[in-house]
Ligand binder design. Sequence first.
Ligand code: NAP
Length: 261
Amino acid sequence: MILGAPVAHSLSPTFQGAALAAARIPLRYERLHVEPADFARTFAALAAEGVAGNVTIPHKEAAAAACDELTPVARRAGAVNTFWRAQGRTMGDNTDVGGFEHLARATLGAEPGPCNLALLGAGGAAAAVLLAAAGWPARAVRIHTRTPDRAHRLAERLGVPCEVVDSAEEAVRGADVVVNATPVGLGDDAVPVRVDALRRDAVVLDLIVRRDETPLVRAARARGLRASGGLPMLVEQGALAFTRWFGIEPDRDVMYRSLAG
Ligand code: NAP
């Protein structure tokens, strides 16, 4: 089950349903629209019934507060996207961090090495990016978002040193890896930064998930840059969640195929 508001657009039921069928697990994965005012009561009731699942915007922080136990990464993020019951306790994890790590490795074609990271946005997805990047060998991170205070608060809460800058162009100047963690480009052709401001060898990771190429990925590829949209992150966070729930690896190819076409 996935709890969110809104949640109708979520692709998780499609690929989790495919993974459940492939593993011959006779369970269903459903969407549940839950308004913030109802979250605590609904989450507690579902967990008491032994329901496992995911949580999406705007409930990830509330879910962290409602779990009995958190994995170290969920505790550090202060956000839970995956929950399940074990020995009568509600457990919470944050698999967005592992999902982003996978997206970065897959697009770079290697383990991330020392790099200058430009991060656009300072919300929940940006937190996952910062926590993953904190594990990379050495890095300098520049963040730009519309509300600089939000970026300062995020970096301080996570304990990740960052430089908060005034424009997206300033953030990407000299960056090896550029991450879009804003919703810019989700529903239109807008880009969060001009690609001609990027280095010629920059790698672009756009966390937005669209069935077609995101505007930023399209522009970056047209300029000859390596770039990926957010689908590999989405599927990987779901695959990691599946392993938490059932103790087995899902068939990731089946998950991807369920989203094709
Ligand atoms: P969020 O918590 O609402 O944060 C959004 C961030 O983007 C905030 O820093 C916000 O800045 C900034 N922003 C919002 N609208 C903007 C605009 N029009 N121009 C510039 N900046 C803007 O959202 P989130 O959960 O982090 O999600 C961000 C994006 O990542 C969404 O597109 C979401 O779909 C995607 N995402 C993908 C995955 C995946 O698995 N691929 C996972 C999670 C999220 P202010 O606070 O200053 O307004």
